[in-house]
Each structure stands twice: as structure tokens, then as C-alpha cells.
Design a protein around this ligand. Structure first.
Ligand code: BES
Ligand code: ZN
Length: 462
């Protein structure tokens, strides 16, 4: 477990941050602009956007669902690309659970069929028995009730579906029906597989309250539930990690540049997030031969779509030393769709940090539109676990996102070379601003060359 950064580092970081953002004045006059651009050019002129496009083409041939062969193929491709640029590359494996939906889910009450739903990670089974109302399904709700071999009728709320089901199993129930506490059907998950679960189905609030009323009036109600074909399995996902060591007088600082390589089921994920992964690869290629005084780690995460599992795994394996010396994390997710909005930098708490400062400054230096890149508040990608442990992190994304998000239409033909070029150059220049040998270490002085006026924007993603 990593220990949160010390006060002195936090202070130093906020001092450097203050130095960059103290003024809300408009973009300052050129000043050392030319020499800054000369530095940017060392990176941006070498970025070949066709390389990014070609990586997306390769990665988006098939879905890359975490734990499947599709993901493994992508991981092997990413690793071999990193290695071809000369990086020492590490695969970080971790276990995830996958779930196959049941092929059959049936519920009948006294012989009458009812629409029903099951829970992700729920188990198969066939049970016919009497219903017993056990309130919210807390352990105390079972006291004094004979639920042995019966079906527990439980209301949603208070604590998790999994706990309700395990409490019922503990009390000897052979199945569970959970009814909603609001309108609509329950689309729930038990979070993880567990052999102790008893079969469980979900019904609406209306259906549940009707059953409860019958039980309250002393009626005997018999239910049959049947679930077939569900399957919980463990699988292995991977993070891919390539590290560039400082080439000279190292500041011993570390910058992370990341994206997630997995996609959702059925989606080729050309933009989500082959685009970010491909950009990480191209930046890694360009940085491989650039002099830096800062270590840079290029990481593609697995199982982002399962709940940011790869980035949480990365944090859990991070050494205290690496944690202490990490100055920022740049996440790129959905950075190439021609049908999405403009570039924005999201932070988990909606506050500026050194990553957004660097991104905004780089954007201003490279801009041909004259428009600053705004920042906003947003989670939903791998920057979140880093922000949660106090590492400055930001998500570079175009918002609003395109209509093809998480659909089979998230394909190569929707990719814009211009968008890829903009993001790769801005992130490349921002990273180089810290990593290039002539800038003082981040904790000692400001690194952004000039103050930039970039603003908070309350922009919706979808
Ligand atoms: N690329 C998306 C992030 C995203 C953010 C999409 C905002 C659309 C709008 C990411 O891969 C994703 O889909 N994330 C999940 C959350 C995650 C914790 C499972 C999501 O937003 O549902
Ligand atoms: Zn994504």
C-alpha cells in the first residue's frame, strides 16, 4: 500500500502550480515563444500521424474485451511495438472475473409467468418453494422467520445485492427474489463470483409490493425460478508498461502517459480506446531517442471497461518510490473521432493541476485556432485511480463523445487524422516540457513557459 505524498511534496507541487496559474491574464506576448517552439518541434515534427492511424487499424480489427484472446493479441502487438522502439517492456497480469449471461431465466408465481431479470455473477438453479418476506434482507430480518428451503422476498436498498443473497443463504433460503425500490427493472451486479450465492432474480417494485401484500394478508405464495446457462469465470487481463529512463542528469522524476487498450464486447473500439493506445505507441516511438532528464513510463491498461481495473492494479503494484517521484499522469481516451466535439482535459475533481497546466500551455504554443483548451470535471477513465491517490492526472478526450461510443460502429472509418494530430502533438509537447533536459525539476520551479488563460467548462460528455 502506498503512503500518500508528503506535505513538502504537495507544497512544492502547489507552489509550482501557482507559479503557472497565478495570473488569469490573457495569453502573454510571445517572449521566449520561439525557443519554446524549437523545443516543441523536437517532438511534434517527428510525430507521424499515419503511424497512429495504422496502429488503430491493426488494433480495431477485432474487439479487445479484457481477458479474451482479442485483448491478448492487442497486448502482444503493443508489447512488440514498444520493444521495436528499444523499450524494456513489462506485462503486468491480473485476474478479472468474466460472466456469461444465462440463456434461460424464468420466474412464475403460482403458475403465472412474470418478467424477470438476473444479476451479473448470479448462479444457475431451479427452485420451487414458498415465499417469505424478509424486508431488506439484513441478518436481523431473518430472525424468528423460517426461511429454510424457502424463497426469500427482499426489497432493494440499504446494502448490496450480494450481501442480501448471502444473508439469505446463511439463513437457509434456497433462492432469492429482490424487488426494486423505484420504478423500472433492476439491472444489477453482485460484483464478483461467489460459490455461496443461491439463485436470485429481480422483479419490479410494483410486482414485489403486490407479492408482499399477499404474504402480509396471510396467503401462501409459491414461486418457481429457473436460471440456466450462466457462467462466471476467472480470466487474465494485462497492463503493458514501457519505461524510458532519463538519458542525462536525471531529476529522478517520473511522468506517466497512458491509455486503455481493452474495448467493450461487440465494439471494435477504434476510438475507444485504440486511438489513445495508438497515440501512446507513437509518442513512445518519438521519445525513445529524445534526450530527457525525466523518466517516462508509457502504459496501456487492461480491463478499463470492467471498472478501471488495470489502472487500479497498476496503482496497487506501484512502489512507494515511484509513487513519490511521479509528477503527473496523462490519460488519452477517445482522442480521434471525427464525430466527437472539441478537445477538453477532464480531472476527477474538476480542478486544474500540473497536467492540465502543461496541456493548456502546450495547446497555446501549438494552437492554430487561437482557442485555449478548457478543462472540466470528469472521471470514467484511467486517470481516476491516480487522482484518488493524489497523483495529478487528467483525461484528454473530445467531448461530447461521438454517437458510436460503445457500439459496433466505433470503426476505423470514423477516425480523424486531424484530431489525432492535435492530441498527439499537445500531449507530446506537454510531456517534453517537463522531460526535456533544460527545464528545472517540477518540484523546484515552474516548467510552463508562460501563463495561459484556460478556463473551466461545464461540458457534458454525452
Ligand atoms: N472511453 C470511456 C470514457 C468515457 C467517458 C466515455 C465519458 C464517454 C463519456 C471509457 O472507456 C468508459 O466507457 N468508461 C466507463 C466507466 C468505467 C468505470 C467502466 C463508462 O463511462 O461507462
Ligand atoms: Zn474508453
Amino acid at each position: 500500500m502506498i503512503r500518500k505524498r508528503s506535505l513538502s511534496i504537495l507544497l512544492a507541487a502547489s507552489l509550482s502550480l501557482g507559479a503557472i496559474t497565478a495570473s488569469a491574464a490573457p495569453v502573454a506576448p510571445a517572449g521566449n515563444q520561439n525557443s519554446e517552439q524549437a523545443f516543441d518541434n523536437k517532438i511534434v515534427k517527428r510525430i507521424k500521424v499515419e503511424n497512429i492511424y495504422n496502429h488503430i487499424a491493426e488494433l480495431s480489427k477485432n474487439p479487445r474485451v479484457a481477458g479474451t484472446q482479442g485483448e491478448k493479441d492487442a497486448v502482444d502487438y503493443i508489447k512488440s511495438q514498444f520493444e521495436s522502439y528499444g523499450y524494456e517492456t513489462e506485462l503486468q497480469p491480473f485476474t478479472i472475473s468474466s460472466y456469461t449471461e444465462p440463456s434461460l431465466k424464468e420466474l412464475s408465481i403460482d403458475g403465472n409467468e412474470l418478467e424477470t431479470n438476473t444479476f451479473t455473477y448470479g448462479v444457475n438453479g431451479e427452485v420451487t418453494s414458498k415465499l417469505v418476506d424478509v424486508g431488506f434482507g439484513a441478518p436481523s430480518d431473518f430472525e424468528g422467520k423460517d426461511v429454510k428451503g424457502k424463497i426469500a422476498l427482499i426489497q432493494r436498498g440499504g446494502f448490496s445485492f450480494a450481501e442480501k443473497i448471502l444473508n439469505a443463504e446463511n439463513a437457509g433460503a434456497s433462492a432469492v427474489i429482490i424487488y426494486n425500490n423505484a420504478d423500472g427493472v433492476i439491472n444489477g451486479t453482485l460484483g464478483e463470483p461467489n460459490d455461496d450465492y443461491v439463485p436470485a432474480v429481480a422483479i419490479t417494485q410494483e410486482q414485489g409490493l403486490a407479492l408482499k401484500a399477499r404474504l402480509d394478508s396471510g396467503e401462501t405464495v409459491t414461486a418457481t425460478l429457473k436460471i440456466e446457462g450462466a457462467k462466471s469465470e476467472m480470466a487474465t487481463s494485462h497492463n503493458v508498461v514501457a519505461t524510458k529512463k532519463a538519458t542525462q542528469k536525471s531529476t529522478n522524476q517520473l511522468i506517466l502517459v497512458g491509455a486503455h487498450h481493452d474495448s467493450v464486447d461487440g465494439a471494435p473500439g477504434a476510438n475507444d480506446d485504440a486511438s489513445g493506445t495508438a497515440t501512446v505507441l507513437e509518442l513512445a516511438r518519438v521519445f525513445a531517442n529524445s534526450p530527457t532528464d525525466t523518466d517516462i513510463r508509457f502504459v496501456t491498461f487492461g480491463a478499463e471497461e470492467n471498472g478501471l481495473l488495470g489502472s487500479y492494479e497498476y496503482i496497487s503494484k506501484m512502489t512507494q518510490e515511484d509513487y513519490d517521484r511521479t509528477v503527473g499522469m496523462f490519460q488519452m481516451d477517445m482522442v480521434g473521432s471525427k464525430d466527437a466535439g472539441e478537445l477538453i482535459m477532464y480531472t476527477n475533481a474538476g480542478e486544474k493541476n500540473i497536467v492540465t497546466d502543461l496541456g493548456a500551455a502546450a495547446g497555446a504554443r501549438l494552437a492554430n485556432t487561437g482557442e485555449a483548451i478548457p478543462y472540466g470535471e470528469g472521471g470514467r477513465s484511467d486517470h481516476v485511480p491516480f487522482a484518488e491517490v493524489g497523483i495529478p492526472a487528467a483525461l484528454f478526450i473530445h467531448a461530447p463523445v461521438e454517437p458510436w461510443y460503445h457500439t459496433p460502429e466505433d470503426t476505423l472509418d470514423k477516425i480523424s487524422l486531424d484530431k489525432l494530430e492535435e492530441v498527439s502533438k499537445i500531449v507530446g509537447a506537454a510531456v517534453y516540457q517537463v522531460a526535456r533536459p533544460d527545464t528545472p525539476a517540477l518540484t523546484k520551479a515552474k516548467v510552463a513557459p508562460k501563463e495561459v488563460d484556460y478556463v473551466f467548462e461545464d461540458r457534458e460528455l454525452e
